[in-house]
Design a protein around this ligand. Sequence first.
Ligand SMILES: Nc1ncnc2c1ncn2[C@@H]1O[C@H](COP(=O)(O)OP(=O)(O)OP(=O)(O)O)[C@@H](O)[C@H]1O
Length: 370
Amino acid sequence: MYVNHLRLEHYRNYETLTLNHFGNVNLLIGRNAQGKTNLLESLFVLALTKSHRTTKDKELIAFGSDHAVIGAEVEKKYGTLNLELRLSQQGKRAKLNGLEQRKLSDFIGALNVVMFAPEDLEIVKGTPGIRRRFLDMEIGQVQPSYLFHLQQYQKVLVQRNNLLKQAFGAGPEMGTMLEIWNEQLAEHGVKIIKRRKQFIRKLQKWAEQIHEGITGGLEKLELSYLPSFGEAEEEDEAVLMEQFMIKLSQMKEQEIRRGMTLSGPHRDDLAFHINGNEAQVYGSQGQQRTTALSLKLAEIELIHEEIGEYPILLLDDVLSELDPYRQTQLIETFQSKVQTFITATGIESINAGRLQDASIFHVNEGQVIS
Ligand SMILES: Nc1ncnc2c1ncn2[C@@H]1O[C@H](COP(=O)(O)OP(=O)(O)OP(=O)(O)O)[C@@H](O)[C@H]1O
């Protein structure tokens, strides 16, 4: 897919902006704090209806405004789509070719993006919550129904936790209520777990191959799901359901004592091993960075495999952090097949020789000159 046109209104430090004439590779050049990341972020938000760097949508609206709009024309294999997302105090509204979408999940996936930013290192070395967010965002953009189960799961989880907090010393009716929540929790939880495992299995295939290429065959990267119950490889829904229900009943006393749900997809994790050693613990900074890069490049291939089109690649301030060999690997991967937007403070910081045909945009205080 290919973005032909981008329009912003009251988005971060952009009052109004219209950009056309994008190329296959687009370099956004400018000093710090001029709005380069804001531009990449706007494309990310248009794809996923959420930012990669904040959970607070109101931060996306320009200071002093009550709403923001992001619009784009995206060329896809089967035609051109006009996307529009409007953010305000009242929430988010999305339109596809002028038609208001009833659910945001019907809009997510119209544009697909892969973002690679310095903070992605945290996927490897950060907390389990960051890895779960990574899984949820990435699976959600190719499988909108995943987001439905995630939302339902979170709702049930809140209610179940509230019940557990009141449960200490309560009567038998509490046990019946808990069983009702258990079933609903497991119903949605199993769908989430199954899809995460499938995603990791498919991502593993690409990530291992790409990582081997980047490291000249010296390193073997393995991804594995770390479940809070059952075996990592189990993907059968009926088996997972049974295991989840057993786990919930085993944990009941402990959960009541602690007032929270202690197993399920909200407690699961993802592990990376390099040549058999856990990258989070034993990996050097360089190995962790390469792992994050392999993951992102693998995602590009996986999205292509799933939807039959390449996503847009957004590279925020990362080229200059990679050594020349890794820069070359990255550039060669995207140059011919993936429309790419790259931010940098100066053209000299990147291996520009390999980006001869790039379109250059200068970003200065919320204005862009091409
Ligand atoms: N809601 C908002 N309204 C107006 N301006 C905002 C808003 N949010 C952020 N900004 C401004 O956007 C600018 C930061 O832009 P951005 O994060 O895109 O920087 P950048 O060009 O990528 O810089 P760097 O190279 O340092 O990463 C800051 O000047 C900040 O004050």
